[in-house]
Design a protein around this ligand. Structure first.
Ligand code: SF4
Ligand code: SF4
Length: 55
């Protein structure tokens, strides 16, 4: 699964590319909803600060 770390700047780029809309805003950061994520990796590829981790 993938997880967004505290390095997230809240730019929203990952949420825009996620094909299944699994990334949601939470306060000033974003969160991946595990049950919705298909682990495609597109968010990981686009994050400018490498805030998305694979576990
Ligand atoms: S692309 Fe990266 S910095 Fe931008 S909202 Fe997503 S996790 Fe945060
Ligand atoms: S890995 Fe793919 S499905 Fe999962 S949150 Fe990222 S873009 Fe969305």
């Amino acid at each position: 699964m993938r997880r967004i770390t505290t390095d997230c700047t809240g730019c929203g780029a990952c949420a825009e590319v996620c094909p299944v809309k699994a990334i949601h805003p939470t306060g000033d950061k974003y969160l991946i909803v595990e049950e919705e994520c298909t682990n495609c990796g597109q968010c990981d590829d686009i994050c400018p600060v490498e805030a998305i981790e694979t576990e």
